[in-house]
Design a protein around this ligand. Structure first.
Ligand SMILES: [Zn+2]
Length: 187
C-alpha cells in the first residue's frame, strides 16, 4: 500500500469546504439525476408506489418519460488493494426495467434481474460529457445495483478497469470542489 495514501486514510484532517475526512470522501453521492431540477423534493420510497407523475425518492426517480434507479459506480484504488472509490449515482433505465425493479424491490429479489443496459445519469467527473452507456449489475441483499461503463474507450471505463492512483483520485476529488490542501498537507 502507498504509505502516503495509508496515512491520509487514517488521518483526522478535515476538508475546509465540507468538514469531511479523506476516508469519508471516498464515497461521494449525487442526490438526483443531473436532468432533474433541484426543486423536485426528495421523498421516501413509498412515494413512488402511491403517486403518479414526477417523483424523486431515495432509490427511484420518475421524471417525465424518464426513469432512474439509484446505483453505485465503484472505481478501485490502484495503490490500495480492496479499497474502492464509490460514487453514489443514478442509472437511467427504460420503463420496463424500472417497473420490473420496482416489483422486485420490496421482496429484495432484484438480483434475479441479472444485468441490464442503463445510462449513467450524472456527469462524473462533473464537467464530463454524458449520458454514458453502462451495464447495470443487480446485487443481492438490498445492495444498490452497480454501474459498469460499457464504452471501453471512455476515461471512466479505463478507471474502472485499471483503478485510480493517488494523484488521479485527488484530481477527481478536486473536481467536486473539495479543498485538497486541507486534507493532504499539515497546516
Ligand atoms: Zn470538501
Amino acid at each position: 500500500m502507498d504509505a502516503h495514501l495509508a496515512r491520509m486514510l487514517s488521518s483526522s484532517r478535515q476538508c475546509r469546504c465540507c468538514g469531511a475526512t479523506f476516508a469519508q470522501l471516498l464515497s461521494l453521492s449525487c442526490d438526483r439525476p443531473d436532468i432533474v431540477p433541484g426543486d423536485l423534493e426528495l421523498q421516501d420510497n413509498t412515494a413512488v408506489f402511491v403517486t403518479e407523475g414526477d417523483v424523486l425518492t431515495e432509490d427511484f426517480c420518475r421524471f417525465g418519460t424518464l426513469r432512474f434507479l439509484r446505483a453505485v459506480l465503484a472505481i478501485p484504488l490502484a495503490d490500495l488493494r480492496g479499497e474502492e472509490f464509490i460514487l453514489g449515482t443514478w442509472a437511467g433505465v427504460n420503463e420496463e426495467v424500472f417497473n420490473e425493479y420496482l416489483d422486485l424491490f420490496e421482496l429484495r429479489e432484484t438480483e434475479s434481474m441479472g444485468s441490464r443496459p442503463a445510462w449513467l445519469s450524472n456527469q462524473i467527473p462533473p464537467d464530463s460529457n454524458g449520458p454514458l452507456a453502462c451495464m447495470l449489475h443487480m446485487r443481492p441483499d438490498g445492495q444498490y445495483p452497480e454501474l459498469q461503463v460499457s464504452e471501453v474507450n471512455h476515461d471512466l471505463a479505463r478507471m474502472q478497469e485499471l483503478g485510480l492512483n493517488l494523484e488521479e483520485l485527488l484530481t477527481f476529488l478536486h473536481a467536486y470542489g473539495h479543498d485538497l490542501a486541507s486534507l493532504v498537507y499539515d497546516s
